[in-house]
Write a protein that binds this ligand. Sequence first.
Ligand code: FAD
Length: 388
Amino acid sequence: MDFTLTDEQKMIQKTVRDFVNKELKPLEQEVLKNEREGRPGISKEKVKELREKAKAIGFWGINTPEEYGGADLGPIMSVLIAMELGRTYVPFNFGGSADNILYLCNEEQKEKYLIPTINGERRSCFALTEPGAGSDARSIQMQAIKDGDHWVLNGEKVFITNGNEADFAMVFAVTDKEKGANGGVTCFLVDREMGWKSEYIYTMGEWGPATLVFDNVRVPEENILGELGQGFNLGMQWIGQGRYMIPAGAIGAAERLLQMAIDYSKTRVTFGKPIAERQAIQWMIADSAVEIEAAKWIVFKAAWMAENGMDARHQSSMAKLNGAIMANEVVDRVLQIHGGMGYTKELPIERWYRELRLYRIFEGTDEIQRRTIARNLLKGHAKVGELL
Ligand SMILES: Cc1cc2nc3c(=O)[nH]c(=O)nc-3n(C[C@H](O)[C@H](O)[C@H](O)COP(=O)(O)OP(=O)(O)OC[C@H]3O[C@@H](n4cnc5c(N)ncnc54)[C@H](O)[C@@H]3O)c2cc1C
C-alpha cells in the first residue's frame, strides 16, 4: 500500500496552493465586504482575469478531454485541486469545463452547446429537481408531449444552480408516463430563447439557485441529449461525479478553518492562560483533525476507484455523507473556539458555516446517502469488511 503522491501530483497540488495563496486569498476581505453590501463576491471581470492567469500556468479544463484543449487530469488530480481551492471562500473555479453528460452531445449539438460551454461563451444548468420531486427524482412530473418535429414542455423546476444565469438548460422531462424513470424520461437541451423563465431563489448561502418555469416551451426533436427515454440514467450520471468532488472541497475548507482555530487558540487568553491550554479546546482540535484525516482517505479512495474504472458509487456515497457531516462539525467547533468573534461577519467562519450547511442537502441529502449505503449492504452489492 502506498499513500504517497506522485511527483506530478505534488507539483499540481503546490501550484494550486500557490495560486490560492497569491491570487485568491488577497481578495478575501473584499469578498466579505462585497457580499455584506449585497454585491457578488468578485466581479465577472475579475473571474475572467483570474482564469486567464490560471490558464497561462496550465489550469484550464481540468477534466476536459485533450481533444477539446483540456488537461484531462482525471479524478485523483481533480480531488486534489478541489481540496486546494476549498481552502478559500473566494468564489472561483478554473474555466474550460463542461458538465460530464454534455460530452454525449452529437456532432451538431457539440458545436452549439458543448464547445461554447467549455470556452466559457455559454452557461449551462442542470434541471432535474421539481417542487414535488427532490430526493425522489424518479417521480418528476414535467411533461414533454410530441408535436410534429418538436416536443412541448410544461412544468416547473426548482433549486437549479445557475438557473438564473444559464443560456441553456439540460432539462429532464417525462416523455412516456407509463415507463416514467424506467425508460420514459428524456433529457432536452433547452435554450433560454425557446421561452423558459427563471426566478432567483434567496438562500442562507451567498449565491442562490433558481426556479425555472416552462409554459408550452417548444423544443426541436434534435435537441434531445442522448437517447429518447434514457434521460434518467444521464441525470444519475451527472450527480454521480459530485459525490466525491463535493466532500473534496469540504476538506480544504475544514483544514483552513482548523488552522484558524489552532492559531486563534494560541493567542486568545482567558483566566490568565491561552485557551489552547484547556482540554475542552484541545479535544475540539483533536476531533476535528481526526475527522478531516478520515474524510480525506474516503474521498481519495472513491476518486482512485473512479480513476481505475471501478464502480465507485458506494464509496462516493460514503465520501459525500461523511465529508459533509465532518465539515459541518468542524466549522461549528471552529466557530465555538472563536467565541463571539466567530459569530461576526468580520471573520469568514459564519460564511463558511452557512455555505457548508448546503453540503448535507444538495446532490443527495445525508438521509439519501445513508439509504443508498444501507441498500447496497443489505442487497449484497457492497460487503462489510471488504478491502480491494
Ligand atoms: C442551493 C441548492 C442548489 C441546488 N442545485 C440543484 C441543481 O443544480 N439541479 C437540481 O436538479 N437540483 C438542485 N438542487 C436540489 C437538491 O438536489 C434537492 O434539494 C435535494 O435533492 C433534496 O430534495 P428536496 O429539497 O426536495 O427535499 P426532500 O426530498 O423533500 O426531502 C426532505 C427531507 O426528507 C428526507 N428524506 C427524503 N426521502 C427520504 C427517505 N426515503 N428516507 C429518509 N429521509 C428522506 C431528506 O433527506 C430531507 O431531509 C439544489 C438544492 C439547493 C438547496
